[in-house]
Design a protein around this ligand. Structure first.
Ligand code: XMP
Length: 532
């Protein structure tokens, strides 16, 4: 089932089973490009651990990590702008292979004496790439003619002295170049996006043949490494874990349980903002793993705090804080509970400003939203993982398929899907009923897995309708269904009309307080996935 994490090689299995934590890594220096995160993810898909660091990371910090190679990402700046991020020339001393992508290549070329200039027109989207001189070490063996994905205005016209030009497109005379004896490589196109069909081959060539990386990054190696790390952090301490029913907290709990067994108690705070029957499913699933679980039924407490609150960030904050308070009360009942497990993902870390160059989009998710008086030390075993990796680890740990593939659901639950008004029990019940119909029909149409998320939104407005002989004055329900790789960008899903018709009919017929169903056809950006 693991599509992302590969089966480990025999050496890495040994490494993993000994709990050793030395995993080869390739660092991606982030110049703020929109695909920087994706580069790290693709490298990991090639079985090599990769992490994104701000391009401003001091050379010393990078040296200490002993990376096998460096990748310089794309970025929005022009190499000529005053204050444009500089090529990290001091890193050349490391003597490890370096691959510049887009801006990363331009910065390298300019710093080393090549010619980069603003072209009259930029090159955005698909481009036809033609190899020169058989493609050199980096591109050799790939088709002479291929397509690639471009996104740049500045253009490399001449490689630096000692570099060979490897390929061109109609708009880019030097679309790739290299100086193999110095370990330096540059490509103008984006190998990390799916629109560059040979992108994975190019990355694999760089990682395996040029940087000599082994295939070490796998679900098993993650589990072995995390089990060792959790044991080292927690020792004999008591740990509590808040379960939400989602794949992240479930996998985090299973990892911690694998590491410290009965020292872990899971706490499921039922804030009353869950989907239909979800609470029961969580309790049942975890009892099957034999993991001690405290089920706190706290709906009234949360609804009381949310009374009269319309503003989305306040809803989030109230729910987040209340969550922690409930945990603290439960933890106080558990002698010595000093650690709290969080299912924070790598994308949450980056989106909350873990990377300097990318804009911080929202101060939410699991990072940064915690109150300052938190009394637990956090255990975050998924902090370095992308979502697909979490699913692969979950499957490896035996999590049921239905939970492994569960669509993401926001921590504050349905509260942020009641938009422009107060959260009340009545509105929650309407939204829950509509959402259950949507999920049921989407599963029946076998589309659930193909969608990143599918859900209903309840805007707090009423409009006139007519049902039977009478006029109605009721809520609309908005259907939001998106495809996405990582929630950073998303497209609205083209759901079949007959499915939409069924869902609409059922929602309006089965839920008295709804008289309209609308479909959200916005992509992210400019919209977000959630409405709030
Ligand atoms: P947006 O709406 O920013 O959402 O496009 C991106 C992804 O994040 C999820 N999301 C949350 N997840 N706590 C969470 O755990 C939250 O407060 C939260 N808000 C949004 C959203 O469902 C989508 O997958």
């Amino acid at each position: 089932m693991s599509q992302v994490l590969k089966t480990p090689t025999s050496e890495s299995s040994e490494m993993a089973s000994s709990g050793a934590q030395v995993v080869e890594e390739v660092l991606v220096l982030d110049f703020g490009g929109q695909y920087s995160q994706l580069i790290a993810r693709r490298i990991r898909e090639c079985g090599v651990f990769s992490e994104l660091l701000p391009a401003t990371t001091p050379a010393d910090a990078i040296r200490k990590r002993k990376p096998k190679a460096l990748v310089l990402s794309g970025g929005p700046a022009s190499v000529y702008e005053p204050g444009a991020p500089a090529f990290p020339a001091e890193l050349l001393e490391l003597g490890i292979p370096m691959l510049g992508i887009c801006y990363g290549m331009q910065a390298m070329v300019k710093a080393l004496g090549g010619k980069v200039e603003a072209a009259e027109s930029g090159e955005f989207g698909r481009a036809d790439l033609t190899l020169r001189d058989s493609g050199g070490r980096l591109l050799g063996g790939l088709p002479e003619e291929q397509t690639c994905w471009m996104s740049h205005r500045d253009t490399v016209f001449e490689p630096p002295p000692g570099f060979a030009a490897l390929a061109s497109t109609p708009a880019s005379p030097v679309a790739a170049c290299e100086a193999p004896e110095r370990g330096l490589y540059g490509i103008q196109f984006h190998p990390e996006v799916v629109h560059t069909p040979y992108g994975t081959e190019v990355l694999t060539r760089f990682l395996r043949e040029i940087a000599g990386c082994e295939e070490q990054w796998s679900a098993e190696s993650v589990i072995a490494e995390q089990v060792a790390t959790i044991r080292a952090q927690v020792g004999e301490g008591r740990v509590i874990c808040g379960l939400s029913g989602g794949v992240d907290s479930s996998v985090a709990a299973l990892l911690v349980h694998r590491a410290v067994g009965e020292q872990l108690t899971c706490v499921f705070v039922d804030h009353g903002l869950m989907r239909l029957n979800e609470a029961e499913q969580v309790v049942e699933a975890f009892s099957q793993f034999g993991i001690p679980l405290v089920h706190v039924e706290a709906e009234e407490r949360f609804l009381a705090k949310l009374a009269g609150v319309e503003e989305p960030e306040r809803k989030r904050k109230i729910i987040g804080e209340e969550f922690i308070r409930v945990f603290e009360q439960e933890a106080a009942k558990l002698e010595d509970a000093a650690y709290l497990v969080q299912g924070t993902l790598y994308s949450d870390v980056i989106e909350s400003g873990g990377s300097d160059a990318a804009d911080t989009i929202k101060s939410h998710h699991n990072v940064g939203g915690l109150p300052e008086d938190l009394e637990f030390e956090l255990v975050e075993p998924l902090r370095m993982l992308f979502k697909d990796e979490v699913r692969a680890v979950g499957a490896e740990l035996g999590l049921p398929e239905r939970m492994v593939w569960r669509q993401p659901f926001p921590g504050p639950g349905l509260a942020i899907r009641i938009v422009g008004g107060e959260v009340t029990r009545e509105r929650l019940d309407i939204l829950r009923a509509a959402d259950a119909i949507l999920q049921e029909e989407i599963r029946a149409a076998e589309l659930y897995r193909q969608l990143w998320q599918s859900f209903c939104v309840l805007p707090v407005v009423r409009s006139v309708g007519v049902q039977g002989d009478g006029r109605t004055y009721a809520y609309p329900i908005v259907i939001r269904a998106v495809t996405s790789d990582d929630a950073m960008t998303a497209d609205w899903a083209r759901l079949p009309y007959d499915l939409l018709e069924r869902v609409s009919n059922r929602i309006i017929n089965e839920i008295r307080d709804v008289n309209r169903v609308a479909l959200d056809i916005s992509s992210k950006p400019p919209a977000t996935i959630e409405w709030e």
